[in-house]
Design a protein around this ligand. Structure first.
Ligand code: OGA
Ligand code: MN
Length: 237
C-alpha cells in the first residue's frame, strides 16, 4: 500500500466539532494579497461560518526562505529519486505523484519542521512524527478527499515547494459551498477544524479554471506535510 492511501478517506467526516472563536473578517467573496485574490468563496456563506472557516484554513505566505526551500527539496529529492510517478489508477484520489515519509531530517531542515510544529501545533517539544513528502508532477493533481480520521488528527500543516497551486475545499454536503485557496510557493497552510473535517480538499491541475479568476500555472510541486496524531485531538481543539 502506498503511504498516501492511509491518509485518505472520502466518506464520513466527524459530525461534531468544537466551534472556535472567529477572526474579525467580514463576509467577502475574495481576499487579496498584493492586489491579487488568494482566497475566493463560491456559494452562499453565513458570516459566522465564513469567519470560522478563515480561522480553520490559514495560509502563511513566505513561511520559507529560498534557502529553506532549496534545503528541503534537496533532502526530499534524495528520498524520491528512485520512485516513479504513478498515474492512471482510476480509483486513486491522486494522479501523477510519488511520495514517501521521512523521520530523520538533517539538522537545518529539522529546524524548519520545528518551526512548522510551533506555528501549527503550538508545540516545539512534541516528538517529531513521520513527515509526508508528496511530489506532484507538472500534470499531477489530487482529487477531492478528506484525510482519514484513523491516521490523522485535527491539524494538517503543509509546506508548498517549487510551485504555486490552488487548493479547492468543498463542503461534503452542501456541494456548492466552495473555497479556492492559492497555495503560494514557499507558503505554509494550516488546515484544521471544519476545514479539515467538513470540507473535501483537492489540488487542482495546472491551468484549471478557479474562482479567483486568474490562471495559476502549477509546475512540479513538492509538499511536505505534517499531521497531528488522532489522539492529540483532545488537546488541540
Ligand atoms: C494529502 C493532501 C495536499 C498537499 O496528501 O492528503 O491533501 O498539499 N496533500 O500536497
Ligand atoms: Mn489530504
Amino acid at each position: 500500500m502506498s503511504v498516501y492511501c492511509k491518509y485518505f478517506l472520502t466518506t464520513s467526516p466527524l459530525k461534531s466539532l468544537k466551534i472556535i472563536h472567529s477572526l474579525g473578517c467580514s463576509v467577502r467573496r475574495r481576499f487579496y494579497y498584493n492586489d491579487r485574490p488568494y482566497v475566493s468563496f463560491g456559494g452562499v456563506w453565513d458570516i459566522n461560518l465564513q469567519k470560522v472557516f478563515c480561522k480553520d484554513m490559514q495560509v502563511i505566505f513566505d513561511f520559507l526562505s529560498e534557502k529553506d526551500e532549496k534545503s528541503l527539496v534537496e533532502e526530499a529529492e534524495k528520498l524520491l529519486k528512485r520512485l516513479r510517478y504513478e498515474y492512471d489508477h482510476w480509483d486513486n484520489a491522486i494522479h501523477g505523484y510519488r511520495e514517501t515519509e521521512h523521520l530523520h531530517w538533517n539538522e537545518y531542515n529539522m529546524g524548519i519542521l520545528k518551526r512548522v510544529q510551533k506555528t501549527a501545533f503550538h508545540s516545539e517539544t512534541q516528538d517529531m512524527k513521520l513527515v509526508h513528502i508528496l511530489d506532484l508532477a507538472e500534470n499531477g493533481f489530487i482529487k477531492p478527499h478528506v484525510d482519514s480520521i484513523k491516521f490523522c488528527g485535527n491539524t494538517i500543516a503543509g509546506l508548498s515547494l517549487l510551485s504555486d497551486s490552488v487548493m479547492r475545499l468543498c463542503h461534503t454536503v452542501e456541494k456548492d459551498k466552495v473555497v479556492d485557496v492559492l497555495l503560494k510557493q514557499r507558503s505554509l497552510y494550516i488546515m484544521k477544524g471544519i476545514a479539515r473535517y467538513e470540507y473535501t480538499h483537492e489540488i487542482l491541475g495546472s491551468n484549471v479554471p478557479n474562482l479567483m479568476n486568474y490562471t495559476v500555472h502549477k509546475s512540479r510541486r513538492v509538499s511536505v506535510i505534517c499531521r497531528s496524531m488522532p489522539e492529540m485531538d483532545f488537546h488541540q481543539r
